[in-house]
Design a protein around this ligand. Structure first.
Ligand code: SF4
Ligand code: FES
Length: 204
């Protein structure tokens, strides 16, 4: 596989062609925050928290690093006033939905995001899709899926599958940045197959 040499935060970084800026940064020990990325899953590009500034031939743009391919002439900045402002606004929006998520609260502290900027609308799910995609791509079970569209979009467990498959799995719980996957499962369990209960798995 061929390699490209690029610059990330002023550091010369070698990256395999076909990989992403996020991969290259991680290889070089440079941290970029992510909320919907998982190394076992296809890139999703849903949360936009991994947004970085890229400059190529003097032109700057803002791209999601988990999807953006590496290139030899790329200059990447993982932190800048504008990048931080984008992440701050995203966090403020997400905190309106999931104000108690420890991961969001921690990021909000780092990016000085105001958790009260937007009116609270606690749906608790930030639609990162980790539970849905893990169940589909890693487990091949599809016990949880997105339902509805637009502002009504949410995740839901499919009771007929969940009753058979989730009992001995529950691996998505640990991936969820807001604990909503676990809550949604227990709600499904209570409504669709009450009387069965097993302690949550601790790791994916
Ligand atoms: S339930 Fe959790 S893991 Fe699933 S999409 Fe919502 S926030 Fe992401
Ligand atoms: S981690 Fe890149 S968009 Fe979510």
């Amino acid at each position: 596989m061929s390699e490209v040499v690029m610059q990330i935060d002023g550091k010369e970084v070698k990256a395999a062609s076909g990989t992403t800026v996020l991969d290259a940064a991680r290889q070089a020990g440079i941290h970029i925050p992510t909320l919907c990325h998982h190394e076992k899953l296809e890139a999703f590009g849903g949360c936009r928290m991994c947004m970085v500034e890229v400059e190529t031939r003097g032109r700057k743009s803002y791209v999601v690093s988990c999807l953006y391919p590496v290139a030899g002439d790329l200059v990447v900045r993982t932190r800048s006033e504008r990048v931080d402002k984008i992440r701050r606004t995203l966090l403020e929006e997400l905190l309106a939905h999931a104000p108690n998520s420890p991961e969001l609260v921690e990021l909000a502290r780092e990016y000085k995001a105001d958790p009260n900027r937007f009116e609270k609308d606690p749906s608790f799910c930030i639609l990162c899709g980790l539970c849905v995609r893990y169940c589909n791509e890693v487990k091949g079970i599809n016990a949880v899926d997105f339902i509805e569209r637009g502002a009504s979009r949410e995740i839901s467990f499919i009771p007929e599958i969940a009753v058979k498959e989730c009992w001995d799995c529950q691996e998505c719980f640990a991936l969820c940045p807001t604990s909503y996957a676990q809550a949604a499962y227990f709600l499904t369990e209570a409504l669709a197959f009450p009387g069965r209960r097993k302690p949550a798995a601790t790791a994916a």
